[in-house]
Ligand binder design. Structure first.
Ligand code: OAD
Length: 242
C-alpha cells in the first residue's frame, strides 16, 4: 500500500474557524509567546496561561472539521495514511483519521506540572476548563502528595522536548508521498521533519502563501487547504486510478 505522511499545521484548520499563529491577525499578534507558550510564562503567571488554553479549548468545542480534514481521512481505505500534526486541536480525529501524531500536544489533555516526572500521565478532559488548584483528583486519579500536582495543558511549549519527534521522523522517512499542509515551517524541530524524506519520495505542499527552503522538487499547490486537497485527491486518482 502506498504510504502517505500528511504533515499539517494551523492552516489546515483555518477554514474551520481556528486562527493560525503567524498570519496577519493571527494568535501571536494578540498574545505573547513567552507569556503563554513557555515554561517561564507558566511559572510567572499560571492563571494567565490556564485562561489562554481554556479559551482555546472552548473555541475548539464550537468548530467542526472542514473538507480538508475529511478528504485526508477519506484517503485511508486506499492508502496507508499517517497524519503528523503540529496542531493541538482534535479536528483530524473528529474527521475520522485513525493514525494521528500530535507533535505539540493536545488541547483536550492535561498533565501534572511536576518537571521531575519524565512522562506524566496524560489526562483526557474534553473541553473542560482548568483552574488553579485543580489536580488529577478532579478526574478520579490518584494524587501523589510529594509531587507538584497542579494540572497544566498537555502542550509542548517552546523550549520543551518534542517527545513524538523521532517516531514522526520515521514515518516521514518511510513515506512514498509527503503532503505538507498549512504550516509556515518556521518552528523547529518540527519544521526539519521534511529533511527525513527518502530520496524516492514525492513532496506536495498545500499552502496559499509559503516559501519552502529545500533543494527537493516540490509539487506546490498554492491554494487554501480545502481546495488544495481536492486538487491533491484528483492527482492521486489520475496517477493511481483510485
Ligand atoms: P503558522 O501560523 O506559523 O503558519 C500557518 C500557515 O498556514 C502559513 O504558511 C499560512 O500561509 C498557511 N495558511 C493560512 N491559511 C490557510 C488555509 N486556508 N489553508 C492552508 N494554509 C493556510 O502555523 P504553524 O506552522 O502551524 O506551536 O505553526 C507552528 C507552531 O508554531 C504551532 O504548532 C505552534 C506555533 O507557535 C506551539 O504552540 C508550540
Amino acid at each position: 500500500m502506498t504510504k502517505i505522511a500528511v504533515f499539517t499545521g494551523a492552516g489546515v484548520s483555518k477554514e474551520s474557524g481556528i486562527d493560525t499563529f503567524r498570519d496577519k491577525g493571527g494568535l501571536w499578534d494578540n498574545y505573547s509567546v513567552e507569556e503563554v507558550a513557555t515554561s517561564g510564562g507558566w511559572m510567572l503567571d499560571r492563571k494567565k496561561v490556564l485562561a489562554f488554553y481554556n479559551k482555546r479549548r472552548k473555541e475548539l468545542e464550537k468548530v467542526e472539521p472542514n473538507l480538508a480534514h475529511t478528504l485526508i481521512s477519506g484517503l485511508e481505505p486506499v492508502y496507508d495514511v499517517t497524519v503528523i500534526t503540529q496542531n493541538v486541536d482534535n479536528l483530524h480525529e473528529r474527521a475520522g483519521s485513525c493514525k494521528v501524531m500530535h507533535l505539540h500536544g493536545e488541547l483536550t489533555k492535561v498533565k501534572i506540572e511536576d518537571r521531575d516526572i519524565k512522562n506524566p500521565e496524560s489526562i483526557e478532559i474534553g473541553y473542560d476548563s482548568i483552574k488553579l488548584g485543580d489536580t488529577p483528583a478532579k478526574y478520579g486519579r490518584e494524587v501523589n502528595p510529594s509531587l507538584m500536582n497542579q494540572l497544566r495543558p498537555d502542550i509542548v511549549w517552546f523550549g520543551e522536548n518534542v517527545p513524538m519527534l523521532e517516531k514522526a521522523g520515521q514515518v516521514i522517512f518511510d513515506a512514498d508521498i509527503v503532503l505538507v499542509i498549512g504550516t509556515s515551517l518556521q518552528v523547529y524541530p518540527a519544521a526539519g521533519l521534511i529533511d527525513y524524506m527518502n530520496d524516492d519520495a514525492e513532496l506536495f505542499v498545500i499552502d496559499p502563501d509559503i516559501t519552502v527552503n529545500t533543494s527537493r522538487k516540490i509539487h506546490l499547490i498554492e491554494k487554501p487547504a480545502t481546495e488544495g486537497m481536492r486538487i491533491f485527491v484528483n492527482h492521486l486518482k489520475e496517477k493511481y486510478g483510485k
